[in-house]
Design a protein around this ligand. Structure first.
Ligand SMILES: [Zn+2]
Length: 142
């Protein structure tokens, strides 16, 4: 898949809100056939929302990531450079993904999950463990 086209789509939609496909192709400078394949791929991964012959836009996921991230801080989950075992994690699978406590947000890479030794993480990137350990303290807040 054309990475230049994908990044172009996400950047244009991020900068401009929604726009139709003809305008998107013109702004990025790619053929409509390339744009069509790119949009199919992004749509399959739920990174864009597309209407029939209408506008394309990004899903409203930014506020969801921020909400989960800030809730994580309440449970002492922390960023990638915190220094303890409660740190965010990143990995590559086609492109860079990172767990929700990563300090920087990206449209394509910010996942809703916390780092964990059991899946995306290791013994020094395990925000899930910290959340499990602090849940009793948080539950006692009144
Ligand atoms: Zn933070």
């Amino acid at each position: 898949m054309n990475s230049y086209a994908k990044q172009g789509v996400v950047k244009e939609l991020n900068d401009s809100g929604e726009m139709n496909q003809a305008e998107l192709a013109a702004r990025i400078g790619i053929p409509k056939s390339t744009l069509s394949r790119t949009l199919q791929d992004l749509e399959r991964r739920k990174l864009i929302i597309r209407y029939d012959n209408g506008p394309v836009r990004l899903p409203n996921q930014t506020s969801t990531v921020v909400t989960i991230h800030e809730l994580g801080h309440n449970f002492d989950a922390d960023h990638e450079d915190a220094g303890g075992y409660n740190q965010a994690y990143r990995w590559w699978r086609g492109y860079c993904h990172h767990t929700v406590m990563w300090s920087g947000y990206t449209v394509s890479g910010s996942e809703y999950e916390f780092s964990s030794d059991d899946y995306h993480g290791d013994s020094t990137h395990d925000d899930a463990r910290r959340i499990s350990e602090t849940k009793g303290v948080v539950a006692s807040y009144t």
